[in-house]
Design a protein around this ligand. Structure first.
Ligand SMILES: Cc1cc2nc3c(=O)[nH]c(=O)nc-3n(C[C@H](O)[C@H](O)[C@H](O)COP(=O)(O)OP(=O)(O)OC[C@H]3O[C@@H](n4cnc5c(N)ncnc54)[C@H](O)[C@@H]3O)c2cc1C
Length: 283
């Protein structure tokens, strides 16, 4: 299908993007990689008069690796896969990005678009919750930060105001014990269920654990109780099963083309067990 007619804008300053959003309100939308928005426009599920392309905005680019990691919103999933410093500092990002769609989508699809979209099927929102990331938003009233764990309100509904731009994503450099485990029907599909796990260890026991699940509710699910069930254990079966039970109590899957609720819970439990085992093997 062909989208309805719109006016195309390609500003080179962030202030110009915000001015356009303020001027046109609901009739304007920014486009990053376009791999979620353009299909919606072609299907006439998104209608807008003004499309504002973010590709020339320098402030939205760049990856900085230190004690805190900062990733510009326009960083593509391909760049997440190929950035050497990031691969060493936060390898879970590449592990997750590699499981998103296919190379064509990853060359254009951005981290910012993936987390701003609010699609419960997207992989990066859950991962950002696992990493306790913060989202930097800039709008007409200035800049503010929102925790990834507070950002998602419902499917496609987030804490971002319509006239705000997601500028960057920041998170503390994680430890080595990581895993992103995803089950999907075929290559290029969204997750039936996915688990992001970060573990830290002291004296051969789990000292900190963070667990987030994808596509098992209308928002990503960071399960504090699942992480807490592992702390103090050596990731033996009782602790892992307690974590799985806690996670299952926090998710709320619905039946759809990826399967009935019981199947999704079964898959969620399986991906979480696998992710915990792999993360523990890496601490
Ligand atoms: C065939 C196919 C398979 C896919 N499979 C997966 C998958 O398995 N897992 C997965 O996670 N994703 C998947 N995707 C989605 C893909 O990763 C998208 O590219 C991504 O979700 C959105 O990024 P984008 O840069 O293309 O955003 P766009 O489509 O450009 O934008 C998406 C939304 O976010 C808004 N937006 C974008 N950037 C900003 C910003 N900086 N500030 C404020 N708002 C912004 C836009 O206005 C729009 O509403 C798939 C896509 C396709 C086409």
């Amino acid at each position: 299908m062909i989208p309805a007619a719109f006016e195309y804008h390609r500003p080179s300053e962030l202030s110009a993007v915000i001015a356009l959003l303020s001027e046109h309100g609901d009739e304007a939308r920014v486009v990053a990689g376009g791999h979620s928005l353009i299909p919606m426009m072609k299907l006439r599920m998104a209608a807008l008069d003004h499309l504002i392309d973010l590709r020339d905005i320098a402030e939205l680019r760049g990856i900085e690796v230190g004690a805190t990691i900062r990733i510009g919103a326009m960083t593509t999933q391909h760049e997440l896969l190929t950035h050497a410093g990031l691969a060493e500092a936060a390898p879970i990002l590449a592990e997750a990005a590699r499981q998103i769609a296919d190379p064509q989508v990853r060359y254009l699809g951005t981290l910012g678009g993936n987390v701003a979209n609010g699609d419960p099927g997207n992989d990066m929102p859950g991962l950002m919750q696992c990493l306790d990331a913060r989202f930097t938003l800039t709008g007409p009233d200035g800049t503010r930060e929102v925790a990834a764990r507070d950002f998602y309100e419902a499917a496609y509904m987030t804490a971002r105001e319509d006239d705000e731009i997601l500028v960057a994503i920041t998170f503390p450099r994680p430890g080595a014990g990581h895993a992103y485990e995803k089950q999907k029907r075929k290559i290029g599909d969204y997750a039936t269920a996915a688990a992001a796990v970060q573990l830290e260890a002291a004296d051969s026991k789990v000292s900190a654990a963070s667990i987030a699940m994808t596509n098992l509710s209308d928002v990503p699910v960071w399960s504090a109780a699942a992480g807490a069930a592992l702390v103090g254990s050596a990731c033996g079966t009782p602790a892992v099963e307690a974590a799985v039970a806690a996670m299952l109590a926090d998710i709320d899957p619905v039946e759809d083309s990826r399967g009935p609720v019981e199947f999704k819970k079964h898959v969620a439990a399986t991906v979480l067990r696998r992710a915990i085992a792999r993360a523990w093997s890496r601490v």
